[in-house]
Ligand binder design. Structure first.
Ligand SMILES: Cc1ncc(C[n+]2csc(CCOP(=O)(O)OP(=O)(O)O)c2C)c(N)n1
Ligand SMILES: [Mg+2]
Length: 900
């Protein structure tokens, strides 16, 4: 046998195949003796060569499943690399021009206005995007919604630079990068569909939200197909481009097993491993690529590493000793970053020079050439091979880990430096160097102005670029919405709620009934997407399991334990419910995918995401914000809402502030309905506004689990319910002392009972109002206020709340199961001010009655509050209040629930 030998030959030296693949100690013992024999016969050098040969064979062989890492080299061997189908020369010229314009956009915006921007991120990812744009991303066409691409937020200047060359943006647009309020408008800093609704599809710049959104988008695409709601000629791919630093976010990696479990081979993630984040290295003391490989492999993904560019192929091939791989593996990312900022001579000495044998591998290269040994993510051939393999891979999601240089091409201005991310300036010398490196035809006399450059429409570059996009179906990104109106039911479809009910019921029960009726609607029932994060039984929604089934790509491979019961746990391939398990972030991502289906697929879907109120915006608030940005539609149902309605659960579960959170989202309509009929009116109105009028809004509805009588709907209140306030029950007539109590949600019961006591005991006539949405009242009021301020000489406009309350006398009190800030939103527009009772402070585990007394929102506290408000207005004597406190046994010295 001669060395180096093949693995099989090697094995035959001492052991039979059976021995080698035996188990446990026997394997190690056999291997040990094989190595000893080789060392003894062939010496250490030959044995090392032999081992490297085996390693090479293993690398080329199919990799075993499981959480393993492979050597620090490209996953796709050179022998399997396909021919590059594009014109590399012209593609390089196009890409170079984009690099220039993307940089110029930021430098200009920064020097004119100091508005900031990022150069280094796109500089490192230009090749990743350009190979995909020229050869992979498919635009929308007949019966094909287009590939869905999540662009890395900070690389936005690169996308604008491309759109400029495509003729979709003009010079003024680029000039006004990050100056959206400039005359004629400008370009938004990052991907925001709200701000650029015909361009951007997916917001990504809040790190981690793009990745998790993309996973659930890919799963939602499967759901739509399984339910027979698409007519696609082929399935779109979901591409997500992430930063390696972004992988720190729990939202980025926390849901990756979903994609493998669901066999989502319609998703491709490309992680730009430039080894740096904002402050410095991502894993200076380790290797982010290897760490991610282990994670993704363990999670069941197909992993493709693109580490070394083609210039390395020959060097790697000539390494017979295995020392090159050893050196590549022992260097940490901090070392690799250093090799970028130092000259080639440094890399020769410190990287190759560690082992004299390695120096021989690069003796034929100058220092300059060594410094230009590219990383895989900057090599179109390597990236093409990876994308091709990814798009063809079946049965698993794919992640491509592409190694790049942060700030590639910026040279002294910020290539590989720790400050790269923040770099927004280039001096003239640096600009000249950039121009030289990328052959940009800009003359000396204007270079200091960093002018934009666009080749003529009939230039080879423009023609090539447009031809490629035409061949692939059109431009990306592009948000193309063809409005489709749904045949949604009007309020009378929910007529049963207007009659009220004799048995006590909660608003949660009313909602579940309403949803069941909607699901049965003959035309839009199928468009409803109920989403639940493992809480269906808590809300009494479990009957839906059997009714409409839980979506599962695998159907139901087992017999459910409750099969014999009427309402068993039914999973099926075309199930309608998305049961997300205990993942509010995942469920919210599903809500967003379903709520934007009208835009991304031209198939409007109506998501109803019902969850434990406390784990809504408090936990996943940034996704609520994103839902606004992306123009999502649908209903969010914060069930078990209220700081005191949910008795027994305590500090972590009792929510008294989601309504305030929801109020902060510009496209969200938060409602706090007290009765089933209010819910029906609000939902019917929401269906009309979102799916007929095509308004880009969504709803947040607080639902409670307290049972009480559900009254019939008073006549003529529909408009007030929708606007946010209406008089539900007047006080008695002819009284001298008048008060008004605003109630909402289940705490409306305190207002109604207080109304009786105030009349009986104190001769106070209190009108009870249902305040369904303080936010909407406030929005209307501040609109009027601003108009009035800016039109000081014209007759003032009056808001709805001012008009409604203009003639009302006496004191105004609000009582809420939420923090006082919720009702206080309208205080400036209430005649004579508003006195608010609310539930500020941490919750406690106790009974509903004790909790309400503690926070001061029970019936007695409402009476006391109303009397106090009247006393403040000198409408009753203060002694009456003091007596009431005594009579009701309220402890005046009780600790305040609010701490600071
Ligand atoms: C949730 C969130 N936290 C922080 C930031 C601020 N931020 C913007 S970019 C960035 C670093 C990005 O590094 P990486 O993901 O590696 O991207 P690169 O620019 O290196 O490609 C940070 C911290 C953000 N945009 N979102
Ligand atoms: Mg990075």
């Amino acid at each position: 046998m001669s060395f180096p030998c093949s693995r099989n030959e090697f094995i035959q030296v001492k052991a039979s195949k059976k021995d080698i693949y035996g188990s446990g100690d026997k394997v190690s013992a056999t291997l040990k003796s094989v190595f000893e024999l080789a060392l003894e016969r062939e010496g250490s050098e030959r044995t090392a060569q032999m081992l490297e040969k085996i390693a090479q064979e293993l690398r080329a062989a199919p990799r075993p499943a499981g959480g393993v890492t492979t050597p620090y080299v490209n996953t796709i061997p050179v022998a399997e690399q396909p021919e590059y189908p594009g014109d590399r020369q012209i593609e390089r010229r196009i890409k170079s021009i984009m690099r220039w314009n993307a940089m110029a956009m930021v430098v200009k915006a920064n020097s004119n206005t100091n508005v900031g921007g990022h150069i280094a991120s796109f500089a490192s990812s230009a090749t990743l995007y350009e190979v995909a744009q020229n050869h992979f991303f498919r635009g929308a066409s007949e019966n094909f919604p287009g590939d869905q691409v999540y662009f890395q937020g900070h690389a936005a200047p690169g996308m604008y630079a491309r759109a400029y060359m495509e003729g979709r943006l003009n010079e003024k647009d680029l000039q006004n990068f990050r100056q959206e309020l400039a005359e004629g408008g400008g370009l938004s800093s990052y991907p925001h569909p709200y701000l650029m609704p015909e361009f951007w599809q997916f917001p990504t710049v809040s790190m981690g939200l793009g990745p998790i959104s993309s996973l659930y988008q890919a799963r939602f695409n499967r759901y739509l197909q399984a339910r027979g709601l698409t007519n696609w000629k082929s399935e779109p791919k979901v591409w997500a481009f992430l930063g390696d630093g972004e992988s720190d976010e729990p939202e980025s990696l926390g849901a990756i097993t979903l994609a493998a479990r669901e066999n989502l081979d319609n998703i491709i993630w490309v992680i730009n491993c430039n080894l740096q984040r904002l402050d410095g290295p991502v894993r200076g003391n380790g290797k982010i690529i290897q760490e991610l490989e282990g994670l993704f492999t363990g999670a069941g993904w197909n992993v493709i590493k693109v580490i070394w560019g083609s210039e390395w192929d020959d060097i790697i091939k000539r390494d017979q000793s295995g020392l090159l791989l050893k050196r590549m593996e022992e260097c940490v990312d901090g070392d690799y970053q250093k090799y970028v900022v130092e000259p080639g001579s440094y890399t020769r000495k410190h990287f190759f020079g560690k082992y004299p044998e390695l120096l021989e591998l690069v003796t034929h290269l100058s220092d300059e050439q060594i410094s230009k040994l590219l990383r895989g993510g900057h090599d179109v051939r390597k990236m093409y091979a990876a994308y091709k393999a990814a798009t063809e891979h079946q049965g698993q999601p794919t992640v491509i880990l592409a190694k790049t240089v942060k700030g590639y091409g910026l040279g002294e201005a910020g290539e590989g430096k720790n400050i790269s991310h923040q770099q927004k300036k280039m001096n003239e010398k640096e600009l000249r160097e950039f121009r030289r490196r990328f052959d940009i035809p800009i003359s000396d006399d204007v270079i200091a102005d960093t002018p934009f450059f666009r080749p003529a429409p009939d230039s080879a570059e423009t023609k090539y670029l447009l031809a490629r996009r035409q061949a692939l179906g059109g431009f990306i990104p592009a948000r193309i919405v063809k409005p489709v109106a749904l045949d949604v039911p009007k309020a009378d479809y929910f007529a049963e709620f207007f009659k009220g009910s004799t048995t006590d019921a909660s608003t949660t029960m009313a909602f579940v009934r309403l949803l069941t009726i909607l699901l049965r609607h003959k035309t839009v029932g199928k468009n409803v997407v109920p989403i639940i994060p493992d809480e269906a039984r808590t809300f009494g929604m479990d009957a839906l399991f059997k009714d409409i089934g839980i979506y599962s790509s695998k159907g139901q491979l087992y017999e459910p334990v409750d099969k014999k019961s009427l309402l068993y746990y039914l999973e099926k391939k075309d199930g309608q419910i998305l049961e997300e398990g205990i993942s509010e972030a995942g469920a919210m991502a599903s809500f967003i995918a379903a709520g934007t289906s009208y835009a991304s697929h031209g198939v409007p879907m109506i998501p109803f995401y019902t969850y434990y109120s406390m784990f809504g915006p408090q936990r996943v608030g940034d996704q609520f914000w994103l839902a606004g940005d992306i123009r999502a539609k649908g209903f969010l149902l914060g069930a078990t809402s209220g700081r005191t309605s949910l008795n027994g659960e305590g500090l972590q579960h009792q929510d008294g502030h989601s309504l305030l959170h929801a109020s902060t989202i510009p496209t969200c309509l938060p409602y706090d309905p007290a009765f089933g009929f209010e819910l029906a009116v609000i939902i019917a109105d929401g269906l009309r506004r979102m799916f007929v009028e095509q308004e880009n809004i969504f709803y947040y509805l607080a639902l409670y689990n307290e049972n009480y009588p559900q009254p019939p709907m008073p006549a003529g209140v529909e408009s007030g319910i929708v606007k946010g306030l209406y008089k539900f029950k007047s006080g008695y007539e002819g009284a001298k002392i008048k008060a008004h109590i605003f109630g909402s949600g289940s705490i409306m019961q305190s207002a109604l009972k207080a109304q009786l006591i105030l009349a009986e005991k104190y001769s106070v006539s209190a009108d009870v109002w249902s305040a369904t949405s303080y936010k909407l009242l406030r929005t209307d009021a501040i609109r009027c206020q601003r108009w009035n301020m800016l039109h000081p000489t014209q007759p003032a406009k009056k808001s709805y709340v001012e008009t409604l309350l203009a003639k009302e006398q006496g004191a105004f009190v609000a009582v809420s199961d939420n923090i006082r800030t919720v009702p206080d939103q309208i205080a400036p527009w209430v005649p004579g001010g508003l006195f608010t009772l609310g539930t500020d402070g941490f919750g406690r585990s106790d009974t509903r009655a004790r909790l309400r007394r503690f926070f001061g929102v029970d019936v007695e506290s409402t009476v006391i509050g109303t009397l106090y408000a009247l006393a403040e207005k000198k409408l009753i004597d203060r002694k009456v209040v003091a007596q009431a406190i005594k009579d009701f046994g309220v402890d005046a010295e009780l600790a305040q629930p609010q701490l600071v």
